[in-house]
Write a new protein. Structure first.
Length: 67
């Protein structure tokens, strides 16, 4: 059995970047919802956009697994 280390490293790198990006987006969404200032409407809209992007990324991942 031969292991393709380059492919394994590539999968690890992409998984790491995707995980950090999703956690970052979710964190921005939570921060946007916690704002209680005058610009709260803009922050809330940005938070909902971050959550929508997270949902789209998760749905795409599920699509890739199922299809």
């Amino acid at each position: 059995m031969k292991i393709d280390w380059a492919a394994l490293g590539s999968v690890f790198g992409v998984s790491l970047v995707a995980t950090v990006a999703l956690v970052g987006l979710f964190t921005l969404g939570v921060i946007g919802l916690s704002k209680q200032e005058q610009a709260a409407a803009l922050a809330r809209t940005g938070a909902y956009a971050c959550f929508a992007l997270c949902l789209a990324a998760v749905a795409y991942g599920i699509y890739l697994i199922v299809a």
